[in-house]
Design a protein around this ligand. Structure first.
Ligand code: ADP
Ligand code: MG
Length: 410
C-alpha cells in the first residue's frame, strides 16, 4: 500500500482521463477529439522569493487538470463552451473577439486570459483560427490548496489551444502567457514558478528555477528511498488586509533602502548594515528573503549529494523563517510541521515545512519511503486530535509536465 491509498485524493491520471472521457461522451454524444493534461506543483523550498529574484525548487505533482474538447458542429455563434466537472460550473467564451480582462475575476478568468494571450500570439485574424469548441475539464489538484490548481488550469488551456490550432508555443513563452492570464484576468500578481513547473515538469527531477534569469536546472531525484508527502491542512484563512500585497511592498521598500536593485545580490551583512533605516517589519522580510535564497541554493547541493538530512534541516529552517519573519504561516501549518518533527528521524521524517503562499494550504514533508504509511497515519491522527480538522494527504513522485494525451485523427 502506498500513502496515496490512505485517504483523499483518488486516482491516477489514467483514471482521471477515463472519467473525463465518459463524461464527455455523456454530454456531447461522442468522444473528444483532443485530450490534454497539465499538473499542479509543490514547492520543496524557496518560498516567497519567486517575486524577489530568488531560486525556488518545485516539482510537478501527479495531480492534473485534464481537458477534453471537440469542435462544435453547426455552430454559428463562434463560441467555446467550457464546463468544469469537479466544480460544476459552466461558461462560454466569445471567439469572435479577443477577450478583455473582467471587472470581477471568476474561475473562467484563468481560461479566458489564456485564450486572450494565445489569440494575441496568433496575430491578425486570430478569431478565425480557433474553431468553435466544446470543452470539458476535470481536475484532481486540490482547489485553493496552494498546489497551483490555477496554473494547471491555465497551462491545460494553453496546451489544448496548441493541439487544436497546431501552433506550438515555446515552453517558456507558454508559461509566460499563462502567468499573464493570471495577472491580467485573475488579478493575481503571481511569480513565474507555478506556470513554469506545470510546463517544464519532468519525472524523477526537482527543478531549481532561477526566477531572475528564468533558467531551470533539473536536479535528478531518482532515489526510491525518499518520498515527498503532501499534506493539506484543509484550512484557508480569509485574508482581509491585502496580506500578500503588503509583503511585496515591504520587500520592495526594504530593497530600495538597502540600496540594491535585486535581492539576489543582497547579503545578510548588507541587511545588518541597513538596520537603522529599515522598519522592524522590513528587517524581518529582508531576513527571510536573503536567508531563503541561500537555503534554496544549499538545498540543491544537498539533493545533488543525496544528503537528505541536510535537506530536511533546511526545510525546518525555512518553515521557522516563514513563521517568525515573513509571518505567513498559521497554527494549523505549524501544527503539521511540529507533528512531523516529533515523529523525527527514527520515525522516518527528514524535514517538513509549509508550502505555497501560506495562511493555510499544504505542508511538504520528506519521508523514508518504507515508512510513508506509518508516518501518514500518525500525521492524520495527531492533526485531527489537536486541531479538530481532518487533513488530506498523498505522496507524489515528480511528475511529467503538460502534454497532449490523445488526438483523434481528423
Ligand atoms: P491554487 O492555485 O493554490 O489551487 P488559487 O486560488 O490560485 O489556488 O486558484 C484556485 C482557483 O482556480 C479556483 O477558485 C477556481 O477559480 C480556479 N480553478 C482551479 N481548478 C479549477 C477547476 N478544476 N475548475 C474550475 N476552476 C478551477
Ligand atoms: Mg494559484
Amino acid at each position: 500500500m502506498t500513502s496515496s491509498e490512505i485517504n483523499a485524493y483518488d486516482g491516477s491520471l489514467g483514471d482521471l482521463v477515463h472519467r473525463l472521457t465518459q463524461s464527455f461522451i455523456a454530454e456531447h454524444g461522442e468522444p473528444p477529439t483532443w485530450i490534454v493534461a497539465a499538473p499542479g506543483r509543490v514547492n520543496l523550498i524557496g518560498e516567497h522569493v519567486d517575486y524577489n529574484d530568488g531560486f525556488v525548487m518545485p516539482m510537478a505533482i501527479e495531480r492534473y487538470v485534464a481537458m477534453a474538447a471537440s469542435e462544435r458542429k453547426r455552430d454559428d455563434r463562434g463560441i467555446a463552451s467550457v464546463r468544469s466537472v469537479n466544480l460544476d460550473v459552466f461558461a462560454e467564451i466569445d471567439l469572435t473577439k479577443i477577450p478583455t480582462p473582467p471587472e470581477t475575476p471568476s474561475w473562467m478568468s484563468y481560461v479566458e486570459g489564456v485564450f486572450a494571450g494565445f489569440m494575441q500570439k496568433l496575430g491578425p485574424e486570430s478569431t478565425q483560427k480557433i474553431p468553435p469548441l466544446n470543452i470539458l475539464l476535470e481536475s484532481n489538484v486540490p482547489v485553493g490548496g496552494g498546489l497551483s490548481s490555477s496554473a494547471a488550469l491555465e497551462v491545460a488551456t494553453a496546451t489544448l489551444l496548441e493541439a487544436v490550432t497546431g501552433v506550438e508555443l515555446g515552453k517558456a513563452e507558454k508559461a509566460l502567457i499563462c502567468q499573464k492570464a493570471e495577472h491580467d484576468f485573475a488579478k493575481m500578481p503571481c511569480g513565474i514558478m507555478d506556470q513554469f513547473s506545470s510546463v517544464f515538469g519532468q519525472a524523477n527531477a526537482f527543478m531549481l528555477l532561477d526566477c531572475r534569469s528564468q533558467e531551470i536546472r533539473q536536479l535528478p531525484f531518482s532515489s526510491d528511498g525518499i518520498s515527498v508527502l503532501i499534506t493539506n491542512s484543509n484550512v484557508k484563512h480569509e485574508l482581509v488586509g491585502g496580506e500578500y500585497a503588503q509583503r511585496r511592498k515591504g520587500c520592495d521598500s526594504a530593497l530600495t533602502k538597502i540600496g540594491a536593485s535585486s535581492w539576489r545580490d543582497v547579503t545578510m551583512g548588507q541587511v545588518d548594515a541597513a538596520e537603522a533605516t529599515l522598519t522592524a517589519t522590513e528587517r524581518q522580510l529582508a531576513r527571510h528573503v536573503v536567508s531563503e535564497i541561500e537555503r534554496t541554493e544549499r538545498a540543491a547541493e544537498a539533493i545533488e549529494a543525496n544528503r537528505w538530512e541536510a535537506l530536511g534541516d533546511l526545510m525546518y529552517q525555512g518553515h521557522a523563517s516563514l513563521r517568525d519573519d515573513f509571518k505567513v504561516s498559521c497554527k494549523e501549518l505549524d501544527l503539521l510541521v511540529d507533528i512531523a518533527k516529533a515523529i523525527g528521524r527514527e520515525g522516518g521524517v527528514y524535514g517538513s515545512r509549509m508550502t505555497g503562499g501560506g495562511f493555510g494550504g499544504c505542508t511538504v514533508t520528506l519521508v523514508d519511503s518504507d515508512k510513508v504509511v506509518e508516518v501518514s497515519q500518525q500525521i492524520l491522527k495527531a492533526y485531527k486530535e489537536q486541531s479538530g480538522v481532518e487533513a488530506q494527504l498523498f505522496a507524489s513522485r515528480p511528475a511529467i509536465g503538460a502534454h497532449v494525451i490523445s488526438r483523434s485523427p481528423s
